[in-house]
Each structure stands twice: as structure tokens, then as C-alpha cells.
Design a protein around this ligand. Structure first.
Ligand SMILES: Cc1cc2nc3c(=O)[nH]c(=O)nc-3n(C[C@H](O)[C@H](O)[C@H](O)COP(=O)(O)OP(=O)(O)OC[C@H]3O[C@@H](n4cnc5c(N)ncnc54)[C@H](O)[C@@H]3O)c2cc1C
Length: 465
């Protein structure tokens, strides 16, 4: 039966039912099929001055690719997207479209924006079915090293390889992908079906990836440049260092950083029965924080069998997580304790294991430096929640290893690598981008920085040679 399109509303996307998915790690969103994608593409107004493109940090020609979906030319749609993005199947799944491309869509003024993210995902998944692979480009004989195989490093490497550079990515972990493999769970971003395939596409361009190399320990940036002949380096080492609150009890058994908890589950597959990596399966878990990381940790704990609570100090309006993820978490039964802040984690004196968390109610005062209203504690409003697991999802900072082992590469007060407008650091020939510069941000911003750095490295090396 043909789909009737309501021009004011997105064609709904199919999802696993909340009750069913809360007990498995399969992908929640099932994406558009061909018929649904064609129907949704009809809603694009093909604006002469497309605001959606302005809202996209890597400037994908959105109306052009959607026009190709409309005519059924999915291969051409993929080619158009690939001109700007190396990771469309990833971005179609995890980008905060509501504040970027879709946030600027003219359709969104009177009705719902065009479902650009779901269309991007459809095209990228179709390219896999059609077995479209990028061709390697002839090499120009110049070598560039990239540190970190996350979205910024992969994008920078892919763009440089397209320009003919011989690029090697050095990655500390045993698997490439950065947060895409160790942070974001399988139920949002399938690792083999989606992430591995997009990394393979970058490798098909001729990029080499060396895993298990911790730059700063196994080899230094200076050695790469002076002994191994790399003429420029891009640092895309992310922000993987977890932050804690500094409250009593935080060192107790059963308190985890979201990074550790998610890495066990995602990278080491601890959620599977056949994994050798252990993970704590809590009865009642409390996750502290309100970003994407907190939602991912909470939804993972739920799937591992816990009654799961989120504790966040501001109100729903300020939750930094993507709206879709908050909606999914609620549907699955996560309990939100908003305007609430932990003050102490309590432990069983005999075992040293967490037995609860004491929180205080908050209210919102005047806006702070971030523009959001400052949360203030309401005196005397403390209350206690029994729990056997606390997961801290309070944000992360860049790891200081590279800064400490590289002469002349300076960082700011928050540990972010200092770069100029061309993404060059204070050390000549060394460029940086993504979370390593900005602190924890988004996939697409990291990719945008990787793209800019590739252009700047090309300009720098072209002027030098
Ligand atoms: C749980 C979680 C959920 C998220 N959800 C979303 C989301 O839904 N949407 C969104 O847009 N963003 C999301 N983000 C943020 C997003 O994933 C990051 O902003 C993005 O991955 C940053 O990319 P990057 O390339 O800068 O760094 P990363 O992805 O962190 O990659 C850095 C890589 O560098 C490697 N590395 C570090 N140091 C060294 C070294 N010394 N030598 C060699 N390699 C090194 C690391 O192992 C890692 O693989 C999420 C983040 C987390 C943690």
C-alpha cells in the first residue's frame, strides 16, 4: 500500500517496541525502507538558499542528495553525501539533527522538519546493499600521521588520502572508531554493520590504521616527524578522561565512570554471555548526569537488568542529551530525578560496596556563563535512594599524555590543545581537532575539525614542498 504523505509531518520511522528492546542490545531504530524514504524525500522543498546546509558542520549538499532519493538514484545520493562526509551511516544515526540541519529546515517553521538524518542513514545503508566502495587515489609521496581513529582522525585521514597523501592512523586501542566503538552502545550504533563498514571505506581510500600504538608511550610525535618521515601530524586523540564530583563515597566499590562501564559493555562486549570481560549487573543503578553519555549508561544498565534512575541537577529543558535519546530512555522505563544533585555515596561498612546515594533537591537561579540557569541547592531537602551501583556521567577531559610528551604543544586551562583558525597547534607541523581541542562535543563537530585540518595540512605541505 502506497504511503500517504502528510506534508506537515515526518514519515514515521519504525522502531523496536520499548518493552522488547529494553531487554536486548539490538538497534532500537529500524530506519526507513525504500518506500518510506521516497515518501519522506517528497517533503523537501529543495530551497534555493538551503538553510539546512548552513546547519551542517560538514556542509553536506542536503537538497541535492534528497532530490536523488526522490528520483530513486540512491547511488548518486550517496556520492553527493560522500563528497562531504566519510561517516554518513554513523551521522544519520547519532547526529543531533534537531539543533543542526533539521533545526534550520524551513518545513520546521509550520510543521515538522524534513527527516534529514533518517534519509542520510537510508542512503548510507543502501550504499552497503549496492556495495559501493571508494576507489584509492594515486599517491603524491608525502606522509602524514594521524593520532586517534575517532571521527576527527578518520575524517582528516580520509580527506588527506583523497588528496593523494600517504596517511597512517595510530590508534591506542585494539579497534579503530574512538567513541563510536567504545562509547556509543550497539543499540544506537551497530559496530559491525555500521561503524566497521565506514572505517573500511576510509581504509579503501588507502589509509593505513595501526592499532595498539599509544603515541606518547610507544612512540612520540617528535619521533614520528624526525625519524619516521611524517611531514605533518594531526592529533585527534579525543577527551577520554572521566570527571568525578569529589563527593564522599565516590571511591567505593560499585561506583563506575560511564566511560569504564560503557567501554566494558561496548568495546569488550561484556553484555554478551560469551564475553570474558566482567560487568556489574546491578539491581538498582543510579546514573549521575544528563547528556548522551548518561542516557547511554542508563539504557545499558537497564538492559543488564537494573531498575535505573537518572539524577540530573537541572530541569528537563536543560538536559544536554539528544531529544530522541531522552524520549527513548523514558519509553524504556528509565526513572528521571530532575533538579536533584548527589551529595554523598553511602557504603556497606562490611563490604565497602555502595548501598545508596544521598541527594539534595535543586532549583534554578539566574543564568550562568553557559547561558543556562544556575542550579542552586534547596537547604534541608536531602533524601536518600538505596542502590547497589552508581555511574558517573559528568563529562570528560582530554588526556594530558600527548601534551606532556610533546615539546611546544600547548593546552588551555581545561586541557584542550590550543589551535589557530587553521587547526595548527603551537608546534609547527602539528595540527589538532575534535574533542582533544574542544573537550567533549559531538561526532559531526569532530568531523568538521578533521576536514578543516586536512585542508590546512594540504595548504601547509603544498607551501613547504
Ligand atoms: C557514550 C557517548 C555517547 C555519545 N553520543 C553522541 C551522540 O549521540 N551524538 C554525537 O554527535 N556525539 C556523541 N558523543 C560525542 C562524540 O562521540 C565525540 O564528540 C566524538 O567521538 C569525538 O571524536 P574525536 O575523534 O575527537 O575523539 P574520539 O572519538 O574520542 O577518538 C579519539 C581516539 O584517539 C585515541 N587516542 C587517544 N589518545 C591516543 C594516543 N596517545 N595515541 C593513540 N591514540 C590515542 C582514542 O583511543 C580514540 O580511539 C558521545 C560520546 C560518548 C562518550
Amino acid at each position: 500500500m502506497a504511503i500517504t504523505v502528510d506534508m506537515m509531518k515526518k514519515v514515521p520511522v519504525r522502531e523496536q517496541a520499548p518493552k522488547e528492546r529494553a531487554a536486548n542490545f539490538e538497534e532500537v531504530c529500524l530506519g526507513y525502507n525504500e518506500e518510506e524514504a521516497r515518501a519522506e524525500s517528497e517533503r523537501c522543498l529543495n530551497c534555493k538558499n538551503p538553510m539546512c546546509v548552513e546547519g551542517c558542520p560538514v556542509s553536506i549538499n542536503i537538497p541535492a542528495f534528497i532530490a536523488k532519493v526522490k528520483t530513486g538514484d540512491d547511488a548518486e545520493a550517496y556520492r553527493i553525501i560522500s563528497e562531504s562526509s566519510a561517516l554518513p551511516a554513523v551521522c544519520g544515526r547519532v547526529c543531533p539533527q534537531e539543533t543542526q540541519c533539521e533545526g534550520k529546515c524551513i518545513r520546521g517553521i509550520r510543521g515538522e522538519a524534513v527527516s534529514i538524518g533518517k534519509l542520510e542513514r537510508y542512503v548510507a545503508d543502501r550504499a552497503k546493499e549496492l556495495n559501493i566502495k571508494p576507489e584509492p587515489v594515486a599517491k603524491n609521496g608525502h606522509k602524514v600521521a594521524v593520532i586517534g581513529a575517532g571521527p576527527s582522525g578518520l575524517t582528516c585521514a580520509g580527506d588527506l588520502a583523497r588528496l593523494g597523501y600517504e596517511v597512517t592512523i595510530f590508534e591506542a586501542l585494539h579497534k579503530a572508531g574512538g567513541v563510536l566503538v567504545y562509547g556509543i552502545p550497539e543499540f544506537r550504533l551497530p559496530k559491525e554493520k555500521v561503524v566497521a563498514r565506514e572505517i573500511e571505506n576510509v581504509e579503501n581510500l588507502g589509509v593505513k590504521i595501526e592499532t595498539d600504538v599509544v603515541v606518547g608511550r610507544s612512540v612520540t610525535i617528535e619521533e614520528l616527524m624526525e625519524k619516521e618521515g611524517y611531514e605533518a601530524v594531526f592529533v585527534g586523540s579525543g577527551a577520554g578522561l572521566p570527571r568525578f564530583m569529589g563527593i564522599p563515597g565516590e571511591q567505593a566499590l560499585g561506583v563506575f565512570s560511564a566511560n569504564e562501564y560503557l567501554t566494558r559493555s561496548n568495546l569488550m562486549h561484556a553484555y554478551r554471555e560469551d564475553s570474558r570481560t566482567p560487568i556489574y549487573r546491578a539491581k538498582r543503578a543510579v546514573v549521575v548526569g544528563g547528556g548522551n553519555v548518561a542516557m547511554d549508561a542508563a539504557r545499558t544498565a537497564l538492559r543488564l537488568g537494573a531498575e535505573t534512575h537518572i539524577v540530573y541537577r537541572r530541569s528537563e529543558e536543560e538536559l544536554p542529551a539528544r531529544k530522541e535519546e531522552v524520549g527513548h530512555a523514558k519509553e524504556e522505563g528509565i526513572i528521571f530525578n530532575l533538579l536533584t544533585n548527589p551529595v554523598e555515596i553511602t557504603t556497606d561498612p562490611e563490604t565497602g560496596w555502595v548501598n545508596g546515594i544521598t541527594c539534595i533537591r535543586m532549583q534554578l537561579g539566574e543564568p550562568d556563563a553557559s547561558g543556562r540557569r544556575r542550579p542552586e541547592a534547596i537547604e534541608g531537602s536531602e533524601f536518600h535512594v538505596d542502590c547497589d551501583c552508581v555511574i558517573m556521567a559528568l563529562g570528560t577531559s582530554p588526556n594530558p599524555l600527548l601534551h606532556k610528551t610533546t615539546d611546544g604543544m600547548e593546552v588551555n586551562k581545561k586541557g584542550g590543545i590550543i589551535v589557530n583558525e587553521d587547526e595548527m597547534t603551537t608546534k609547527e607541523g602539528v595540527f589538532a581537532g575534535g574533542d582533544a581541542v574542544t573537550g567533549a562535543a559531538t561526532v559531526i563537530l569532530a568531523m568538521g575539525a578533521g576536514k578543516q585540518a586536512a585542508k590546512s595540512i594540504d595548504a601547509y605541505l603544498s607551501a613547504k614542498n
